[in-house]
Design a protein around this ligand. Structure first.
Ligand SMILES: [Zn+2]
Ligand SMILES: [Zn+2]
Length: 256
């Protein structure tokens, strides 16, 4: 079996022990590719890229998380976009749950990064929380369709999913889909088109059942994948192959 963890945070701020042991454990569990998200500052983006340079099965992204929109609005990643292992722009988006940055500033940075993704021809990794309507409106108005990408850690309903799919986006399911209360997300995970679903850990956050509450790591994507496979009545190996192929298409992973 071969899984693709399409969203993990492996920089030293999130993983003080460093990524190598985590990656080794994940490979042992059957995870064969990783997208390491570089947000939280320039250092995190550079670290994500450094991990990708050292490990041929790791790819990187760079962006400004909505939490950091106020602090990091002026960051300039332009030296990084041409790097062959930097595959995506993000995570970017809106987070009205925490409101760590003023909403207008979140929206301003979000719009700017959609435009940037279109310019550099890279897919977007979208973070949205308690901001569904504004997220969709901005994606639609700013032409995010041209860049494409993924709604990461999908935790919205079927109506949201339908509009995201209309924009050509993929839906990525994290450990949240395994939580008992996540009925609406489970419904989307069982209904969404097979060629548009991905799986991720968002580690170190959101460990799936039966490891809920533990510090999450990329190896745990296997549990989320098996859960989604069961929802769809598929063999886990089939879902692993399907979601891995989808991830490679979504992030335009260069042929090895
Ligand atoms: Zn996120
Ligand atoms: Zn994340």
């Amino acid at each position: 079996m071969t899984w693709f963890d399409t969203h993990c945070h492996l920089d030293s701020e999130h993983n003080p022990d460093g990524p190598d042991a985590l990656l080794a454990r994940a490979r042992e569990a059957g995870v064969s590719a990783f997208l390491c998200v570089g947000v939280g500052g320039m250092s995190q983006a550079e670290q994500a890229l450094a991990v990708a340079e050292r490990h041929p099965d790791v790819y990187a992204s760079a962006g400004v998380h909505p939490h950091d929109a106020a602090r990091d609005a002026a960051l300039d990643f332009s030296a990084l976009w041409s790097h062959p292992r930097l595959l995506a722009v993000g995570e970017v988006g809106l987070d009205y749950h925490y409101d760590h940055s003023p909403r207008e500033q979140q929206a301003e940075v979000f719009r700017r990064y959609i435009a940037l993704a279109r310019t550099v021809h890279k897919p977007l990794i979208i973070h949205t929380r308690s901001a569904a309507e504004d997220t969709l409106q901005i994606l639609e108005a700013e032409g995010a369709r041209d860049a494409g990408g993924v709604i990461h850690c999908f935790s919205e309903d079927r109506a949201f999913a339908a509009r995201a799919l209309d924009l050509g986006f993929y839906l990525s399911f994290s450990g949240i889909v395994t939580f008992k209360t996540a009925r609406a997300i489970q419904e989307v995970a069982s209904w969404a088109p097979a060629e548009r679903i991905l799986v991720e850990t968002d580690s170190p956050y959101l460990a799936p059942v039966p490891l809920r509450g533990k510090r999450c790591e990329p190896a745990f994507v296997v549990h989320t994948g098996k859960y989604v496979a069961a929802l769809r009545g598929l063999d886990p190996a089939h879902l692993a192959a399907l979601t891995t192929e989808n991830a490679r298409r979504c992030f335009r992973v260069p042929q090895a």
